[in-house]
Design a protein around this ligand. Structure first.
Ligand code: GRF
Length: 206
């Protein structure tokens, strides 16, 4: 069975591109069935269209309240019946309607070693703090900001002459590899979560 992935983006979509490429191998076990964004300007939307993947946009501003945006976003995603929803640079926190439907299968990739440097400026904050090692974290999203159960982490060195840009790019290389590897493993092997530990290949007994 090929797992159905819905990928959410806000930016250029380099992580999305890596996932689309991985999915071109039938042995990978997954397919990107839709790409959603919170802004029409997200560069990754074009990338998805070029690959023939359906897209949708739900911007918070287009709705009277954030709750209504959340309901609309969840409805768009539900149409594509995802096995896994992946935030790949999606810069919005989803709300209760979304989490009720997809909270058990929503993962996010973040560009720091959590719990250090949560939020949208991971590389900048790591640089300002002066850490010598940072990295990327893949995790199941919960209702907090970057606080969910960790699936995998990868370490990336900080060089003394790094700028925010050079560090961000170095992290992205490792981050993409990790996202592709672990998304594939999750969908092929299944998982269970116990005491904050994500156990891949251990499927819950029913
Ligand atoms: C990733 O590094 C992610 O950690 C951060 O935004 C970046 C998304 O980049 N939140 P892209 O749009 O996949 O190129």
């Amino acid at each position: 069975m090929t797992a159905r992935l819905v990928v959410l983006i806000s930016g250029g979509g380099s992580n999305l591109a890596a996932l689309i490429e991985a999915c071109s191998d039938p042995g990978y076990g997954a397919q990107v069935v839709a790409v959603g964004a919170d802004r029409a300007s997200a560069g990754g939307l074009e990338l998805a269209r070029a690959a023939g993947i359906p897209t949708f946009v739900q911007s918070v501003k287009a709705h009277p309240t954030r709750e209504e945006w959340d309901v609309a976003l969840a409805a768009d995603i539900a149409e594509h019946q995802p096995d896994l929803v992946i935030s790949a640079g999606f810069l919005k926190l989803t709300g209760p309607a979304f989490m009720e439907r997809f909270g058990d299968r929503y993962i996010n990739t973040h560009n720091s070693l959590l719990p250090s440097f949560p939020g949208i400026h991971g590389p900048r904050d790591a640089l300002e703090y002066g850490v010598r090692i940072t990295g990327a974290t893949l995790f199941f999203v919960d209702s907090g900001v970057d606080t969910g159960q960790i699936i995998a982490q990868v370490a990336v060195p900080v060089e003394l002459d790094d700028t925010e840009e050079t560090l961000t790019e170095r992290i992205k290389v490792a981050e993409r590899r990790q996202l592709v590897e672990y998304t594939g493993r999750l969908v092929r092997e299944g998982w269970t979560i116990s005491a904050r530990k994500v156990l891949i290949g251990v499927v819950p007994t029913r």
